[in-house]
Ligand binder design. Structure first.
Ligand SMILES: [Zn+2]
Length: 631
């Protein structure tokens, strides 16, 4: 292909070398290809770019290539090209750049608009030229077709092997591969006996927690195979945990069955971090490949099926549905145990029980501890945290915070400048060391060796500074625009009203809390009758608070006594609506912390047997005085 396409206008801009391997394994194994890709830097220099204007983009190492959505390197490349900063993009095979045709055409289009060239080992292409454009398009299409064929062939081949039980995968602990690739029981007697003991335990207890507890009491550990690269496949003994035992009980291999396709990958749900599809387990009837009696078993197939049913029932007991929460505990998902550091869960009672939910530290219990670590009623904790939260975002405190922020911004600019200077200095020293090394006679080995060592040290320092600065820059990205400042000030003035409004749902309140609170740590063990609350704010600050534990039975929600007595005084003379207005005017709130409504007042009057406003009748007012003693 022609190099005549390269103009000086191209050479004045950057040359980007795009390096990509698909999987982390390929990155490690396929060094040769990686090196070929890095050698493209030399090619850019050959084509007339000065080394200082050649940049390598290799952020996508170890990402799957099917779509650009999760590949920051590709997106960065597209951005830089569209800004007109790039004169040429180099890659190993032009079409490797993007395995998805739409990505590829998008990049070609942007390159065409911004006058950027595309080059691979074969040649230099100008997407503005019709012939070059056609060639690049064909390359992209072929690449996509290739990927499709490859994927289909691999997929079909794997399933064909699996259907006959010949597809190999790492065997579960307790089995070893025989000489003819068949499955054999582990020759280690201790492994076999421990597994048998585990299944026997589950037969007797019927719950996994019981199994874990018994194993722990006996001081028995469970065998596992090392999955890490070093020492892969070797046997280690580990303390039993709930998840290990569940995994063993769920594994059909121990019932002598060869099963493939237990989990299903739906393309709908993807991990936001890696972009990989998330798996969910199929039920036993839906397993696509199931060969029973494939190898020697630890338990019978019937027992395995029965165990699955039992595990399922244990999981969702009718009195504890686990889902469909009321969600009244505002700190759900934010609370951690101050005693053991584990995440605490919310135990929500049905709304009609009139009890507020509790925060429970129960992870240790599920892993075989004797009892749960600690638990406490959520209401006083939520109230305290909300009070602190509303106080913390008051207009005054925000004004102070924004002044601090201004100062910080100034500091950041100064720091940024200092970092740039420091990095520039380090780069200069590295270049100097390189020149000294280049200048020495290679035959003078001693000197060359020492100079090379010095050069390496300088390079290492540059890399280290670059890494730490990239982190510092990322941390520093929080300057506010004028609009954001205005919005924050406005919100802080309205916040208490928004918080208490009837239309605000608990979910919205939780979101508001999560905007400023990172997590909350609770300790109800250190002081009797007290709960220590430690709030870790998103700003990095940590504040400590204390609340009294609710007395036994006090966990249920009650209308404040003050409000009830006011209702008692006003009932008979005023309508429900008037009473509600008066209550709200004096700042009283219902048991749930909301404004009073007509219905609410009516409910309390009926509950306490108070008379409705009646022009003639003081006849029932005696009755109402009696009942006021009750509440
Ligand atoms: Zn705990």
């Amino acid at each position: 292909m022609t190099s005549t396409a390269i103009q000086s206008t191209h050479q004045e801009r950057m040359a980007f070398v795009y390096v990509r391997q698909s999987t982390p394994l390929q990155v490690i194994e396929n060094r040769e290809s990686t090196e070929r890709q890095y050698r493209l830097c030399d090619r850019a220099i050959e084509l007339g770019w000065p080394p200082s204007r050649v940049e390598v983009i290799d952020e996508d190492q170890g990402r799957s290539g099917s779509t650009a959505a999760h590949r920051t390197g590709f997106q960065r490349l597209a951005t830089e090209v569209s800004l007109g900063k790039v004169g040429i993009v180099l890659m190993l095979e032009a079409s490797r750049l993007a395995r998805n045709n739409s990505d590829w055409y998008r990049l070609m289009e942007i390159c065409g608009v911004s006058g950027t060239l595309i080059a691979d080992e074969g040649g230099v292409y100008n997407p503005r030229e019709p012939n070059d454009g056609l060639l690049l398009g064909v390359k992209g299409t072929i690449s996509e077709a290739e990927l499709f064929t490859l994927r289909t062939r691999l997929h079909e081949g794997r399933w064909n092997k699996a259907r006959t039980g010949l597809l190999h995968f790492p065997l579960p602990v307790g089995y070893v591969q025989g000489a003819d690739a068949s499955w054999a029981l582990d020759p280690d007697t201790q492994v076999r006996e421990r597994l048998n003991y585990l299944f026997d335990c589950f037969r007797r207890h019927g719950v996994v927690r019981g199994v874990v507890r018994e194993l722990k009491e006996q001081g028995l550990e469970l065998p596992t195979r090392v999955a890490a690269r070093e020492g892969y496949g070797s046997l280690v003994w580990k303390a039993p945990t709930l998840s290990t035992v569940i995994r063993i009980l769920h594994n059909p291999a121990y019932a002598g069955a060869y099963v493939y396709g237990r989990s299903e990958y739906s393309n709908v749900r993807r991990s936001p971090k890696t972009g990989k599809a998330s798996a969910h387990l199929r039920s036993v009837e839906q397993w696509p490949v199931k060969i029973t009696g494939h190898h020697a078993a630890y338990i019978g197939w019937e027992e395995f099926v029965k165990n699955q049913e039992r595990l399922r029932r244990n999981w969702s007991r009718p009195d504890n549905p686990g889902v469909a929460r009321q969600g009244r505990a505002l700190l759900q998902g934010l609370v951690y145990c101050g005693v053991c550091g584990r995440k605490m869960s919310v135990q929500d009672r049905a709304a009609k029980e009139h009890r507020s939910p509790s925060y429970v530290c129960g992870r240790g219990y599920y892993d075989g501890d004797e009892k749960i670590c600690q638990s406490m009623t959520s209401r006083p904790i939520d109230a305290a945290v909300v009070e602190v939260f509303l106080g913390a975002v008051s207009p005054l405190s925000l004004r102070v915070a924004m002044q601090v922020l201004d100062q910080l911004e100034q500091d950041l600019i100064v720091q940024h400048r200092q970092r740039e200077l420091q990095l520039e200095q380090a780069r200069y020293e590295a270049r100097l060391a390189q020149r000294q090394y280049d200048a020495v006679d290679p035959a003078n080995r001693l000197v060359a060796g020492e100079l090379e060592r010095r050069w390496n040290v300088k390079l290492e320092r540059v890399a280290q500074l670059e890494r730490s600065y990239a982190q510092a820059e990322r941390d520093a990205e929080w300057s506010l625009t004028k609009e954001e400042r205005g919005a924050i000030t406005k919100l802080s003035q309205d916040l208490p009203a928004i918080w208490h409004a009837e239309t605000t749902t608990n979910q919205e309140r939780k979101q508001l809390l999560r905007m400023v609170i990172e997590c909350v740590q609770l300790d109800g063990m250190r002081q009797a009758g007290q709960i220590e609350i430690q709030i870790r704010w998103r700003s990095g600050a940590i504040t400590d608070h204390n609340v009294n534990r609710t007395a036994p039975g006090g966990g249920s929600l009650k209308t404040p006594a003050e409000a009830v007595s006011l209702i008692h005084r006003m009932a008979g003379r005023n309508g429900y609506g008037e009473i509600a207005t008066e209550l709200n005017r004096t700042g009283l709130r219902s048991a749930f912390g909301r404004c009073f409504t007509t219905q609410h007042v009516g409910y309390i009057c009926r509950r306490d047997g108070l008379a409705k406003r009646n022009p003639r009748g003081a006849s029932k007012s005696k009755n109402s005085l009696d009942s006021s003693a009750r509440s």
